[in-house]
Design a protein around this ligand. Structure first.
Ligand SMILES: C[S@@+](CC[C@H](N)C(=O)[O-])C[C@H]1O[C@@H](n2cnc3c(N)ncnc32)[C@H](O)[C@@H]1O
Length: 410
């Protein structure tokens, strides 16, 4: 196997930053790729792919290396070497030969690594590289479906674009990328899947606001809210605005959208993206207390609650979150979700509609929150429908969305 020292070193340093310094994987990769202008596209792909794949398979890699908790640089080198041995097996790639004779790999015994790999593959939580507690919760909540979902969550996610219909259409974007490089999705009208990975951020088509990168499952949420031009819409957990921008396009830039969040820096980023997208029907508001919500009682024709969640539906894109998530966080985020659903819903006008959405595969963050809401507020609200995307079944990220309508009271 042909490995280059400098590129391997970049992977090792990145992993140390992620697991010892507790930094976020995508930020680490972004920084390391910026650190050397001489690396070409293949070098960059090698670094990014190896970092993300090692993070994804971290438990399995540790298992085959016999290292339980890596803290030192030498240990990260051993983990990297062991990963090179098992990578072709785990990712079903062609065999890649022996490790180079570097002193960093001197302690690695290939046969022993392969023996441990065979043993690890017999135990799901090791083979699929997931913490014990998360595997238990997944099985408890999803039953038999967990196995397939977990396997699918360990695959590399496709690169999906959303066409910004305020500025362009699918035909024009297809021409820019070339027909042979894109695929349409029958049930997601504004989406195009890129068949080859590209650095979208540097392209004019992105800089000019023609496209956004947004998973197909995520692109189903704004249309689910059933918005019409001229409506008054609130996106109450807007973050950096992925779904706000989509709502604006569906509303053809008319009516009004109020994008809210507790984090003002996210709303600043949203405004930057809105300006690139040519969005003009938008205001933002920071939520610094529940008074803000009370003042907006019965003002919205439509309300989107894209609530904070475990992110277990988007593990393909953020594999490090499975190591950073803690059971206590899950418990507390469910309380935040319930608070948002039960109090922010007052912003909807009688007769208006609301979507409650998560990017979690867990019913306890999704279906069960909506059922609890209907038990408590069923006299004022009508449940219309819900929908779940499955990573295993659809190939989309795992999203949940429920549409509810506030009853007209006389
Ligand atoms: C799933 S993310 C939203 C993603 C965003 N809608 C998008 O499409 O890009 C959830 C957001 O909820 C925000 N949030 C957390 N607690 C909140 C609260 N109590 N009220 C409103 N927003 C909150 C977070 O800051 C985060 O931006």
């Amino acid at each position: 196997m042909k490995l280059y020292k400098g590129l391997s070193e970049a992977v090792v340093v990145s992993l140390t930053d992620i697991f010892v310094k507790d930094k976020q994987a995508d930020r680490v990769v972004e920084q390391v790729l910026k650190s050397n202008k001489k690396w070409g596209a293949r070098d960059r792909a090698f670094i990014a792919e190896n970092v993300y794949e090692m993070v994804r398979w971290w438990r399995l890699v540790k298992y085959v290396s016999g290292i339980t908790r890596a803290t030192e640089r030498e240990e990260f080198w051993v983990l990297f070497g062991c990963w090179q041995i098992i990578k072709p097996l785990r990712l079903q790639l062609p065999p890649s030969g022996d490790l180079p004779e570097w002193e960093e790999f001197a302690s690695i015994n290939k046969e022993h690594v392969l023996d441990l790999y065979a043993q690890g593959m017999a135990v799901r939580k090791i083979a699929e590289s997931i913490p014990d507690w998360l595997d238990e919760i997944g099985e408890k909540e999803l039953g038999n479906a967990w196995d397939a979902e977990l396997q699918a969550l360990n695959k590399q996610a496709p690169l999906v674009l959303r066409i910004n219909t305020l500025k362009t259409d699918k035909g024009e974007v297809t021409e820019i990328f070339g027909k042979e490089n894109v695929e349409e999705l029958f049930d997601v009208s504004d989406a195009l899947v890129l068949t080859k990975r590209r650095n979208i951020g540097g392209m004019d088509v992105y800089k000019n606001g023609f496209i956004e990168v947004q998973d197909a499952g995520s692109q189903l949420i704004a249309p689910y809210l059933d918005v019409k031009p001229d409506m008054s819409v609130i996106d109450a957990c807007a973050g950096a605005g992925g779904k706000t921008l989509h709502l604006a396009a569906l509303m053809k830039n008319s009516g009004s959208i109020l994008s809210m969040d507790i984090e003002s820096y996210k709303l600043s980023e949203l405004k930057r993206r809105a300006s690139r997208n040519g969005v003009k029907n938008l205001d933002t508001m920071v939520i610094d207390s529940d008074r803000v919500i009370e003042k907006l009682a019965e003002t919205a024709d439509r309300l989107l609650l894209d609530v904070p969640c475990s992110g277990l539906g988007v593990l393909r894109r953020n594999p490090d979150s499975k190591w950073k998530l803690k059971p206590a966080f899950l418990e507390s985020i469910r309380n935040v979700q319930w608070h948002i659903l039960s109090t922010y819903s007052q912003m909807v006008k009688p007769g208006g509609k609301m979507v409650y959405a998560t990017c979690s595969v867990l019913p306890s963050e999704s279906e069960e929150q909506v059922k609890r809401f209907m038990r408590k507020f069923g006299s004022q609200w009508k449940f219309i429908s819900d929908h779940r995307t499955s990573v295993a079944r659809d190939g989309y990220d795992g999203f949940y969305m429920a549409l509810l309508q506030r009853k007209n009271v006389n």
